[in-house]
Design a protein around this ligand. Structure first.
Ligand code: C5P
Length: 279
């Protein structure tokens, strides 16, 4: 059994307020790309995860891996001790705001629920997923959506969809989500709170984490400036999630290809990827 865990792109991310539990309430619009990590599952008595691929070296020891945690959470909830040999091909940069770890966890929850014939409903998987990370329920949906609360209150966006092309650029520098949230000044979102953000309205213009992420990683501002130069026809460009990856969005494939080739040629040290998504 082999599944793709699509990367997540936050097209907007509003912080609505800080919660007593230390998390932030959000209103975010997310899309999922064709590109992602790949997980393969084989029968085994033991539970093991082997990582390979470009970013395999960047993920923590296996016990910290969200795939292991997802499998353990399923076994615990089902009161079972099933095993599987899982091979994770880590194509999504780590600490990039592309939800890679959450996408892996979501893909593992869905696949192992079938592989082990546990029979959990989609809602139950979302509930288990939310205990693993704020973005896991979003990644279980993996369709264009608006998420609120910590990220777990999800409303899928209705189609019809059209194909959009994304040029993703990552400085090969990782940030921890908690560090970025910790650096956001309340003034950044208090103003927006009064403006009552409605990402459903189709306005995609803000990532409240961007300024704080740039303070921690100035390369993000360099990437955005380079995307402006090399992607003049982009419909949108912004940082995704808590960074450090940025995207430029095109509805025209050849314009996206031009931007991609130009970014690759001028910035060989950055990770640059061309992919598509239904929006
Ligand atoms: O839920 P997750 O483990 O992915 O979150 C990582 C960190 O990001 C949290 O510990 C918290 O500091 C921050 N966070 C937040 N509000 C959210 C999601 C994450 O403050 N809605």
């Amino acid at each position: 059994m082999r599944v793709v865990a699509p990367a997540k792109i936050n097209r907007s991310l509003y912080i609505v307020g800080k919660r007593p539990d230390g998390y932030h309430d959000l209103a975010t619009t997310a899309a999922f790309t064709e590109f992602g990590d790949v997980l393969a599952f084989e029968p085994s008595d033991l539970l093991t995860v082997v990582s390979q691929g470009e970013f395999a070296g960047a993920i923590g020891k296996s016990a910290d891996n969200l795939v292991v945690k997802a499998a353990q959470a399923l076994n615990q909830r089902a009161d079972t001790q099933y095993g599987a040999r899982i091979t994770l091909t880590k194509n999504i940069p780590v600490g990039a705001g592309l939800g890679g770890g959450s996408a892996d966890a979501a893909a593992a929850l869905k696949a192992l629920n079938d592989f082990w014939r546990l029979g959990f409903s989609f809602d139950q998987l979302c509930e288990i997923g939310a205990t693993l990370g704020s973005d896991v329920p979003m990644c279980l949906h993996s369709v264009p959506l608006v998420a609120r609360g910590r990220g777990e209150v999800i409303v899928p966006i209705n189609g019809p969809f059209e194909t959009a092309w994304f040029v993703l650029v990552h400085p090969r520098i990782a940030l921890l989500t908690k560090d970025v949230f910790a650096r956001v000044r309340p003034e950044v979102y208090e103003r927006a709170h009064f403006a009552a953000p409605q990402p459903e309205s189709g306005e995609f213009e803000v990532n409240h984490l961007q300024e704080a992420a740039i303070e921690l990683c100035p390369e993000i501002a360099m990437i955005l400036a380079a995307l402006k130069r090399h992607g003049k026809h982009a419909s949108e460009m912004r940082m995704t999630g808590s960074g450090t990856c940025c995207y430029a969005l095109f509805y025209d494939k050849s314009e996206a290809e031009e931007c991609f080739a130009s970014m690759q040629a001028h910035h060989p040290k950055w990770w640059v990827k061309l992919t598509k998504a239904e929006l």
